[in-house]
Each structure stands twice: as C-alpha cells, then as structure tokens.
Design a protein around this ligand. Structure first.
Ligand code: NDP
Length: 449
C-alpha cells in the first residue's frame, strides 16, 4: 500500500500550480490540487487575460477615430460596460472549464476548498486530512494597499474587473504595470483619468527613455499624469471620492483604484507548522530548484516573489515537476525575462536597461529611434513610437531591446529569442528588414546615440 495518499499535493490551481500538476501527473505521479477561489488563478480570472480583453475594448474608440483619415465615416457609437463585462465573464468561464478539463484529463484530483498544512506531509481541508510525499505551494499573490486613512474606499484590480458600471472620473494610484495599464483602459473607455505616482517617473525598472516615452504618450492621449504625488487621505462624500494629496490639494472622483504592488499570498496556509521559512515580505524562501527550507516542500510563482509573471510561474512549475518527478534537474533563468506593459501604446522590453548595462559593462553603445508610425501619417493620430538597442561595446552583443509603440509585446517576443541566443549588433544589421513595419527599425538602426 502507498505510504501517502498522494505523491504530490499542490496548493493553488493558478498558472504555475496547474502546469506543475499536469506535468507531474504525466510522469505517473498521483496528484491532488486544492483551490479555494478560481481555477486558473489570477492570470485567468483577475489578471492578464481579462486585462488584455479590457485593453482591446479600450482601443476600439481611437481605432474608429483613425478611420476618418483613411476615408471611413464611422457612425455614432456608444460603449456599453455591461456587455463588455458579460462577454468577458463568459470567456473567463470558458477558460475555467478548460483548466478543469485539462486537470481532470491528466488524472489530477481537484479539491475546491481552502487547504492548510498541518505538518510537512499532511494537508487539512475542512475535517479531512490528506498526506503527500511532496507538497507544492503555488498560492500566488494578492494586491497590496497601503495603510492610507480611508483606503477602504479604494478598489484594487481584483474589483476593477467586476464593477457595476464604468466610472466617469477615476484616480489610479501607483506607477507599475497595473496602474499604467488600467489608467489606459479607463481612459480609452471614456473615463477621465488621473494617475498618481509617488516618485519622479513611473515604471521604475524599465529603461528611462521608454518610461519617458510612455509618459509622453499617455499625457498626449489626455491622461492627467501626476508624479511626486501621493494620497494622504481618502473620504467618501455625496459627490463621490475625495482624495487629499500630500501637497494638501484635493481631487474628486467616482472611483479610486490602488495598484501599488502585490504581496505573496502565504499567510493562513500553515507554512509555519510545516517549517517553511518566509522572507520579511512574506515570500516563501526557495533555492534555485524552488525547494523550500523543508526538503519535501517546494514553492513556485508569485508566492516566491522572484519575478511575478505568469510565464515564469509556468516555467517554474514545469521545472519543479521535471526535477522531482522526472529525475531531470531543471532551473529557470530569471535574468533577461521579456515583458510588456500593456499601456497605450505598449512598452515591450527584454534585457538590460541602458542604466543597468552601463553598470555591468565598461562601454555601452546605444541606438535609438523615435518616429511616427506609418499608419498615423494618414490617421492623423498624434502618437510616436520609440525603439532602442543597448549593446555591450566589447562583445558587440545586444544586451537590451526596448520599444514603446504598437504591438511592442508581439515584436519584443521575437527579439527576446535573438537576445537569448546572444545575437550581436552585426547579426541584427545582417538581418533583412520586413518593410514597411515598425519592427524593421531594430535591424536598420546604424547611428549610435
Ligand atoms: P508593481 O510592483 O509593478 O508596481 C507597484 C507600483 O506602486 C510602483 O510604481 C510603486 O512605486 C508603487 N507603490 C508601491 N507602494 C506604494 C505606496 N505605498 N504608495 C504609492 N505608490 C506605491 O506592481 P503592480 O501592482 O503594478 O503589479 C504587480 C505585479 O504583477 C508586477 O510586479 C508584475 O510583475 C505583475 N504584472 C504584470 C503584468 C504584465 O506582464 N503586463 C501586468 C500586471 C501585473 P515604486 O516605483 O516606488 O516601487
């Protein structure tokens, strides 16, 4: 008789947990996964997927405006928030079903309840107890809201996906991915938007030229971007929400949304009882194979706060299953991870920023191009694109690739392969352009900045 009920018990059926479960099951492991909220986790339910659908929705208005320059007359138009939410919910429901079928089809037992560790091999779910040889923590992350007086009147991205109606006036607090993306979404759908960021320039960690380019475009589109601005107090009044800022001024809105980071979701799941050590920020401490301080317990994805991105959680989940259930030790390279902020226009990036490259290499060559995308020569839309290459002069390797402009995410994904292969500037130059595209700039930039 088997010593444990399961070979693997996974806490959390988000992107990472699901991938780990399925790969482990494919190697013959008996796997159970506990999920207390929704199959597919943040990405599918209140993250990447509905966010991208909202971004598409918010771009339709300006796309219609673009038509006039090409000879189109677009009739009166009206946006209906409820239709968007209903259609989005239907698609998310479909994806929840896909995840369920994928798990069941792999032979994974799904338990849709809150699970707590009792010791290193035992999971409690209500009054039931399950034992497992290995346990995987894949509990994700949760939005962080600072302890500002009145913060209970603010929403986070979790609620933004289920609002009853589209607010007319929105304040977004924060300057990371979510704040910038939602400022663009609400603005594109017709709200007037103020985004507040407490530092001198948002999107910290991205290349400075790209950060400035996004800020310029957002302002040009009509978003009221305020840097060095923070909320001191929030009050709910008859007129809506009143935010008092650090300079004493007040702003009135119908909705205030905080997008001030996410913290690892690691409390209340019995990690202490199992001897799993946490960092000060609550992240599960793991080694490069995602193993925790308790040898049979592993952790992947946002709850480890390494790189909070869906594809990283998926890669870590697979690497864990390969390592433990296929005797194929695998670790994930957390350097040079490409990503895209779905601002309008989007910011795509892979590799080092100019600043980081200058810290790492003796001399750095920079190539930069700023231009009006061809489409907007006729659409008349006042929008520019920016592209930039950062090259280590000694090796001539391209070490950073940054873009703000249409389809930046799609374009950077391809260039990320080139950077992964260690491509040199000469190899970029030897690549024939596809004309006319924006992406061709990356292989035709010859003048150093
Ligand atoms: P981020 O960490 O990206 O940004 C948080 C922002 O809030 C920063 O600008 C930060 O400023 C600011 N901030 C932090 N604390 C405070 C405070 N007390 N008062 C005011 N501002 C504050 O987090 P997000 O919430 O935007 O996203 C969470 C994670 O989810 C991201 O790290 C990202 O990895 C992932 N994500 C990825 C997406 C994508 O790939 N497109 C989309 C959405 C999320 P400071 O500069 O000082 O840190």
């Amino acid at each position: 008789m088997a010593r444990y009920d399961f070979d693997l018990f996974v806490l959390g059926a988000g992107s990472g947990g699901v991938r780990a479960s399925r790969v482990a099951a494919s190697y013959g492991a008996r796997v159970a996964v506990a999920e207390e909220r929704y199959l597919g986790g943040t990405c599918v339910n209140v993250g990447c997927i509905p966010k991208k659908l909202f971004v598409y929705a918010s771009e339709v208005g300006s796309d219609c405006d673009d038509g006039a320059g090409f000879g189109w007359t677009v009739g009166g138009r009206r946006f209906d928030w409820r239709t968007l939410i209903a259609n989005k919910d239907r698609e998310i429901g479909r994806l929840n079903g896909v995840y369920r079928r994928m798990l069941e089809g792999s032979g994974v037992t799904i338990i849709e309840k809150h699970a707590t560790l009792i010791d290193a091999h035992t999971v409690a779910i209500g009054g039931d107890r399950y034992t497992a040889e290995y346990i995987l923590i894949a509990t994700g992350s949760w939005p962080t809201v600072p302890e500002t007086p009145g913060a209970q009147h603010a929403i986070t991205s979790n609620e933004a996906f289920h609002l009853e109606r589209l607010p007319g006036r929105v304040i977004v607090v924060g300057g990371g991915y979510i704040a910038v993306e939602f400022a663009g979404i609400f603005h594109g759908l017709g709200a007037s938007v103020i985004e507040l960021y407490h530092g001198p320039l948002f999107l910290r960690g991205f290349d400075d030229d790209a950060r400035r380019a996004v800020a310029d475009e957002m302002v040009r589109h009509g978003i009221d971007l305020r840097f060095n601005a923070d909320v001191k107090r929030i009050e709910k009044t008859q007129a809506g929400i009143v935010a008092t800022l650090n300079d004493g001024s007040t702003l009135e809105a119908d909705l205030i949304m905080y997008a001030t980071g996410r913290h690892p979701h690691t409390r209340g799941i019995g990690l202490e009882a199992a001897g799993v050590k946490l960092a000060a920020d609550g992240a599960v401490i793991v080694d490069e194979y995602s193993r925790t301080s308790t040898p049979n317990i592993y952790a992947i994805g946002d709850c480890t706060n390494r790189v909070m991105l869906t594809p990283i959680a998926i890669a870590e989940g697979r690497a864990f299953a390969e390592t433990v259930f296929n005797h194929n030790p695998m670790k994930i390279d957390h350097e040079g991870v490409p990503s895209c902020v779905f601002s309008q226009p989007p910011l795509g990036a892979v590799g080092l920023t100019e600043t980081r490259a200058r810290e790492r290499y003796q001399t750095v060559d920079v190539y930069r191009s700023s231009f009006r995308p061809l489409k907007h020569t006729l659409s008349g839309r006042d929008e520019r694109a920016m592209m930039k290459l950062v090259v280590d002069q000694a090796s001539q390797r391209v070490v950073g690739c940054h873009m703000v402009g249409p389809e930046a995410g799609e374009i950077i994904q391809g260039f990320a392969v080139a950077l992964k292969c260690g491509a040199t500037k000469a190899q970029f130059d030897a690549t024939i352009a596809i004309h006319p595209t924006a992406a061709e700039e990356f292989v035709t930039m010859r003048e150093k900045v």
